[in-house]
Write a protein that binds this ligand. Structure first.
Ligand code: DC
Length: 223
């Protein structure tokens, strides 16, 4: 079973995908973490993440691997655990820019398809239902008001010990939404056959309950 959860930053995809995977006892692949690791490499090499030519040169040097762990996915860049480093603010911005290059997307999408071909899985990202796995068994598109997404992201950052101003987070999310939705290859977009879920006024557990009910109904119907 493959479940695709797409949507903009801060809509709760990662939390919901993790909890849903736990409930169904299958794995969760956070594809954003893979783009973040790739972008971290560009930053470490002193490259401008928005520079397409630099991306072409760097992509063959980038090895991203993931491992499930009790506390969530661990992400490795050329064998080094970068799970904490990729959450830095500068990496969020860089990931949005770096992921726009077709050479980066093709490499990460191929890797994601390979990982998902082996096991039942919940994948969260921007283009899972439209581009990476258009034949996914279930497709959900999570949204939430920009202000609510910014509040969530700001409190998440504060909890992680790297507080940021609400206004700055809001501006950053708006910029990333624009970037992620306007790139040429596989932009952030709801798949026509995805179920849209507005998470603005619901807790992650409530959303997980909704998605699990849809899955259970469908599985029951087709049995
Ligand atoms: O989900 P996230 O915030 O960790 O993702 C970081 C960036 O990576 C996001 O701004 C766009 C990019 N991304 C993407 O282009 N496609 C995906 N499937 C996942 C993330």
């Amino acid at each position: 079973m493959v479940i695709a959860i797409d949507g903009p930053a801060g809509a709760g995809k990662s939390t919901v995908a993790g909890k849903l995977a736990q409930k169904l006892n299958i794995l969760h692949l956070d594809t954003g973490a893979m783009y973040r690791a790739a972008a971290l490499y560009a930053l470490e090499q002193g490259a401008d993440p928005a520079d397409g030519r630099a991306a072409e040169a760097l992509v063959p040097q980038i090895g991203v691997t993931v491992e499930p762990s009790a506390g969530g996915q661990r992400t490795f860049l050329n064998g080094r655990d970068v799970s904490a480093a990729i959450r830095e603010h500068r990496v969020s911005r860089a990931a949005s820019d770096f992921s726009a290059h077709p050479c980066v997307r093709r490499k990460m999408a191929a890797l994601q398809r390979e990982i998902a071909s082996a096991l039942d899985m919940v994948l969260d990202g921007r283009d899972i239902g439209t581009y990476v796995l258009p034949n996914a068994d279930f497709k959900f598109f999570l949204t939430a008001d920009l202000e609510e997404r910014a509040r969530r992201r700001a409190s998440e950052l504060a909890q992680k010990g790297c507080p940021a101003r609400y206004e700055e987070v809001l501006e950053d999310l708006a910029q990333r939404d624009k970037n992620d939705s306007s790139r040429a290859l596989a932009p952030l977009k709801k798949a026509e056959d995805a179920i849209a879920v507005d998470t603005t006024r619901n807790s992650a557990d409530e959303i997980v309950g909704q998605l699990a009910a849809v899955i259970k109904d469908e599985v029951g119907r087709t049995k």
